[in-house]
Design a protein around this ligand. Structure first.
Ligand code: IPE
Ligand code: IPE
Ligand code: MG
Length: 227
């Protein structure tokens, strides 16, 4: 399928509002994360269907380590279970799995699974699905600066940014009603179109993704130029 030029090549999503979704239903925050994880998988498959080439989902931030241990463990176990259960389906759909973030902070079981699914899908070319996990935009820039400094290379700072294998996001979606970036892809978001919706992440649907893309197509991007 060929898209007009104004179709977003890279869509990035801040999946926010799991806890409030659960609270509204008098349920545990963890129930919100469970539903949210299932929705994330649906959206990956939906994104591939509508022919998005790069999808990046913010699952767990560097600052989310400050949350209660129990909640962190639950989120990481959801990531592991879904990766385990959906690895074959990702591969069958030609979806390449990647991550950004500080994997060094994650439990070995999570890292092992990430490595397995990344390797398993490394030949897939329909879509790149990147999970941002233990990820912080400032941390990413600081790490790049450190590597750049040690490299002695006078050019090419951008290539030390961990997410540099991705094109800059064209469209950023944030669910949950907050209108902020919360330390997501700070370097790449310079000229990204922003789309905020009040819906909590567990209620986000394929239709919502399509609606965001429809609005994106109406935006006029100028990149500082006079076009
Ligand atoms: C997003 O939902 C998931 C993560 C940040 C891990 P939250 O857990 O932030 O839910 P709210 O924002 O408290 O409702
Ligand atoms: C951003 O949501 C991180 C993820 C969605 C993974 P947060 O819930 O952590 O952001 P703040 O604290 O509301 O800014
Ligand atoms: Mg939140």
């Amino acid at each position: 399928m060929n898209h007009a030029d104004n179709f977003p090549n890279h869509v990035a999503i801040i999946m926010d509002g799991n806890g409030r979704w659960a609270k509204k239903r008098n349920r545990q925050r963890t129930d919100g994360h469970a539903k949210g994880a299932a929705v994330a998988i649906d959206i990956v498959l939906c994104a591939k269907k509508v022919n998005i080439k790069y999808l990046t989902l913010f699952a767990f931030s560097a600052e989310n380590w400050n949350r209660p241990k129990r909640e962190i463990a639950l989120i990481l176990s959801l990531v592991e279970n879904h990766l385990k259960n959906k690895a074959t389906e990702l591969k069958e759909n030609g979806i390449r799995f990647k991550t950004i973030g500080n994997l060094g902070d994650l439990p070995k079981s999570t890292v092992d699974l990430i490595d397995t699914v990344s390797d398993m899908t490394s030949g897939c070319t329909n879509m790149v699905f990147t999970l941002a996990i233990s990820y912080g935009g400032r941390q990413e820039i600081r790490a790049a600066a450190e590597k750049y400094k040690n490299s002695g290379n006078p050019i090419g700072f951008d290539s030390y940014i961990q997410s540099a294998f991705l094109p800059d996001p064209d469209l950023l979606i944030r669910t949950g009603g907050e209108k902020r970036i919360s330390n997501f892809m700070l370097y790449g978001l310079a000229y990204t179109e922003l789309y905020f919706l009040d819906k909590y992440w567990p209620d986000f649907s394929c239709e919502d993704l399509k609606a965001a893309i429809k609005e994106y197509k109406l935006r006029k991007r100028r990149f500082g130029d006079l076009i």
